[in-house]
Design a protein around this ligand. Structure first.
Ligand SMILES: Nc1nc2c(ncn2[C@@H]2O[C@H](COP(=O)(O)OP(=O)(O)OP(=O)(O)O)[C@@H](O)[C@H]2O)c(=O)[nH]1
Ligand SMILES: [Mg+2]
Length: 292
């Protein structure tokens, strides 16, 4: 059989996590329209008939803004080493620039075999795809380029087969019943963060961390979950809570519904909002707040 580890790399917001979720067939990573959604390297496993693909979703390539982004970029850099393959994800609907070419080259021109997934083709004129692909080849990109849509499922099967074929011969790397390296507790925190990313704008969602204080599957099948939503400024706390607690109630309700779907049981969710001033620049706090 064929098996291997595939690092999924690309600019922030390119569509990496969406693509990994679709390839794996389960939601292993949260998704949002805001850059820097993914903060950790997250493993997702796809078991095929005669292959196993172990994807590593990574934090998107992004300019350094604080200690947290530095740590995230290191996680991405680390994940791009010692793998069998690099799948570079590019947001096709945003076009291709010289900066894109330079970034791609950094990851697809080394010793590790690589390919490019040119994604979001569902929201762009199809006529542009061929021109962009030509531009990339003319500018020195030498690996295969796959136009895909994670949202519509276009060319996903083709990409799976291609990746399976590209893996080295070998046994399974990960046991059959495991699809991610992250715990239920991690996913619960991430689901809360996803809902916050979707609801709030500007700096508020980026300065959020979610800490799970209690995660107890009860005997009656009800999960008792208590979490802290940590923000970095007192005025962010006020925005998060909202008038009469309306905002926090709304996001908590969306989060609870998703947690119930994910855990397959009822959830009793309590949340508390607290401030840790400028935590994204404090290494100790980052270690505590973002399980890296
Ligand atoms: N139309 C369309 N939208 C997509 C597709 N793939 C992803 N998106 C959207 O693009 C946005 C970013 O998706 P993510 O999967 O979170 O992107 P990411 O690369 O993981 O982002 P970071 O973790 O922040 O680096 C979300 O709003 C997705 O719904 C696609 O194939 N088509
Ligand atoms: Mg992501």
């Amino acid at each position: 059989m064929k098996s291997g580890i595939i690092a999924v790399i690309g600019r922030a917001n390119a569509g990496k996590s969406t693509l990994v979720n679709v390839l794996v067939g389960e939601k292993i990573a949260i998704v949002s329209p805001k850059p820097q959604t993914t903060r950790n390297a997250i493993m997702g496993v796809l078991n095929g008939e005669n292959y196993q693909l172990v994807f590593v979703d990574t934090p998107g390539l992004y300019k350094s803004a604080n200690k947290l982004t530095d740590i995230m970029m290191k996680a991405t850099d680390d994940a791009s080493k010692d793998v069998d393959f690099i799948l570079y994800v590019h947001d096709g609907h945003g076009g291709v620039s010289n900066t894109d070419v330079a970034l791609m080259k950094k990851y697809v021109s080394g010793k590790i075999p690589a390919a490019i997934a040119y994604t979001k083709t569902d929201i762009m004129p199809k006529e542009r795809i061929a021109g962009d692909v030509k531009f990339l080849y003319e500018n020195g990109i030498q690996v295969d380029i796959f136009p895909v849509s994670a949202r519509k499922g276009t060319n996903i099967k083709k990409l799976k087969n291609y990746l399976a074929e590209a893996m080295p011969e070998g046994e399974k790397i990960i046991a059959d019943d495991i699809i991610s390296d992250k715990s239920q507790k991690f996913m619960v925190a991430e689901i809360m963060r996803e809902k916050i990313l979707l609801k709030f704008n500007d700096e508020v969602p980026h300065g959020i961390a979610v800490v799970v204080n209690r995660f107890a599957p009860g005997e009656n099948g009800v999960y008792d979950i208590n979490l802290d939503i940590v923000c970095e400024k007192p005025n962010h706390k006020a925005i998060l809570i909202g008038k009469g607690g309306r905002a926090i109630k709304e996001v908590s309700s969306f989060a609870r519904q998703d947690m119930e779907k994910f855990l397959g049981g009822k959830v009793f969710l309590t949340t508390y909002v607290r401030v840790e001033e400028d935590w994204r620049n404090k290494t100790g706090l980052i270690k505590d707040l973002v399980i890296l």
